[in-house]
Design a protein. Structure first.
Length: 267
């Protein structure tokens, strides 16, 4: 009983948690948490539309969910959290909505940076960051420089990101290096390709979460998610909270990961 309680404390339980959340914490095994969680933050616009609100308010509400999930992952001891914040296709949205998203990114980084830094969170980005507005690039650079020595949760912000584009750029660079004699084509394997992706040096995601009821990957981490477990929820992202994350983790821990092979029980 004492061991169980110490484990719950280590997992970041707080005195303000509801009985339902308490029960979910007690169901978790601290030694079987995913190392890398990826989340497709979906449903902001629908959340606002259903309430007769501007879409911009849905995105702002989504920031609150991000804040809580980052804090929970950090307290749980998760190593990596990658969130799909802005895709290469999102530029097709109305200009005012894109501008709002960029402003919210800058606002989030300025408001949360100190707390993230104090909680040992490292901030990184994946995607075509050089194509973002200058104010967003500057805020991201500041956040990365401030937190690059941190050793806790790595928060990956996927911005102007597309999985097909990522793989295409990796193939191009591999071709250039092979043509320059830096790489023997016969040596190219999965590890080599992984080393040319935005996520080079990071473990592949163990768990991909998509709220909002949609069940598709939407060009997100196409290579990296080859053997990830997927967890879907009808809850729109602005309503997604600690309880939902814990539900995903409990479900994840009850699965048998085979990685293409057969499950072998441990005797």
């Amino acid at each position: 009983m004492v061991r169980e309680w110490l484990s719950v404390l280590r997992l970041g339980k707080t005195k303000n948690d509801s009985p339902e959340v308490d029960d979910l914490y007690k169901s978790l095994d601290a030694d079987k948490l995913p190392v890398h969680i990826a989340i497709i933050m979906d449903g902001n616009g629908r959340w606002a539309t259903r309430r007769g609100l501007p879409r911009a308010l849905g995105h702002r509400a989504g920031v609150e969910s991000l804040r809580e999930i980052v804090k929970t992952c950090s307290s749980l001891g998760v190593g990596f959290l990658t969130v799909y914040a802005f895709s290469t296709e999102n530029w097709k949205r109305p200009a005012d909505e894109v501008s709002t998203l960029m402003d919210l990114l800058v606002e989030y980084l300025h408001k949360e940076l100190q707390e993230l830094h104090q909680n040992n969170v490292m901030i990184k980005t994946i995607g075509r960051i050089d194509e973002l507005p200058s104010k967003a690039r500057e805020a991201l650079k500041m956040a990365a420089e401030e937190t690059f020595r941190n050793t806790g949760l790595t928060l990956n912000l996927a911005l102007n990101y597309g999985g097909r584009n990522e793989i295409t750029e990796a193939v191009k660079q591999i071709g250039r290096d092979a043509a320059a004699g830096k790489l023997n084509p016969d040596d190219i394997d999965e590890n080599i390709i992984s080393g040319y992706l935005y996520t080079a040096g990071m473990p592949d995601p163990d768990l991909v979460i998509r709220p909002s009821g949609e069940q598709r990957i939407s060009n997100f981490l196409l290579w990296q998610a080859a053997y990830a477990e997927f967890w879907y929820s009808p809850v729109l992202w602005p309503d997604f909270r600690k309880r939902h994350l814990l539900e995903a983790l409990v479900d994840y821990q009850n699965r048998q990961r085979r990685f293409g092979g057969l499950y072998q029980s441990k005797k």
